[in-house]
Design a protein around this ligand. Sequence first.
Ligand code: PEP
Ligand code: CO
Length: 393
Amino acid sequence: MQPTTSLTANPLTWDSLPAVQQPNWHDHSEYRRVSMELAAARPLVTESEVGAAARALAEVAAGDARALQIGDCAESFADAYAPRTAAKVAVLNDLADRFTKRVDQEVLRFGRMAGQYAKPRSSPFEVVSGVELPAYRGDMVNAAAPNVFSRQHDPRRMLRGYEASADILADLRTHWDKDAARRGPWVAHEALLLDYEGALVRSGRSGDYLSSTHFPWIGERTRQLDHAHVALLASVTNPVGCKIGPTVSPAEVVELCELLDPERTPGRLTLIVRMGVAAIAEALPPIVHAVRRAGHLVVWLNDPCHGNTVKTDCGRKTRLLGDMINEATLFRNILESAHLHAGGLHLEVAADDVTECIGGSVADARALGERYESLCDPRLNPDQAAELIDTVF
Ligand code: PEP
Ligand code: CO
């Protein structure tokens, strides 16, 4: 699909590069119509909102503020109505206020919302009740219901995702107060679906920007240096994030920094460390030193969720709050020992009192059955997230 901007003028831009984790919908009869509609759609976020988020992240990079990024692993289209957005914003604000009290600094607020509709998967198939089905890839690609019809990749779902995001953003803006230009809440999601994200690049006063969200990030599975996701986010003016997992090398991270932050702009790049409690103590220190030596003033966030996912005996995905607290504590200690700023946290948190992770109010694996509602990865409930923040900071 061709985006509407001048990006197409350069043959080496993102749309000529390889990409993994993309849907198989390019032969669908509606694909071209959907692509054209998205390319003509009004921006979901404004360039000035994006600029405010970028300036605020520069404060975090300088050590003068922190950031909290929370929300569902996979958002559901069914949640795109005002009371659900209000509930999510309330949990984000409560946790950020709590974090503010502990660190005595402004805490920027980012929801994993208004676009967190596409998921990378480790396997393209899953077996449900003995039947092999295409994996659920997020509401913007297919539906979670475990049958072969729901799991077909349908490009029309991109338009539903766009509309749902527009509704959520309209509701979110009603929660903005006098502090919003400084601390949000803003929205963020994994910029995974190139057909969607590429169609929503718009030209702004200071260059092309991604109008689908304030703060896009690149996931651990799509951060290949010579692939499309890195090139796409390198080409926009938004502040951008990149997840880094336990297998990344310091040299690779420095190359990512060079591609995504060539001008060495404070806060332009956020490295979201998700190594797991077993790996972080060995893996992170050399990366921190290499990034500093290369002269990038990045925001360092820890995602203690994605490196600590385990399966229970009955095959349910969960995470232990204790492991997450330990990874986040190690993260903070490693940065502070290097005289750098532990910028904050990126967490999967539900707005409801779910029982998906073990610890705090959820005693053991048996208790997971009570309210396990995630469409994808297990989320902390608000009390568990509060315990994590209070213990780590
Ligand atoms: C996610 O944030 O839901 C995710 C898939 O993370 P990662 O790219 O770190 O695995
Ligand atoms: Co997840």
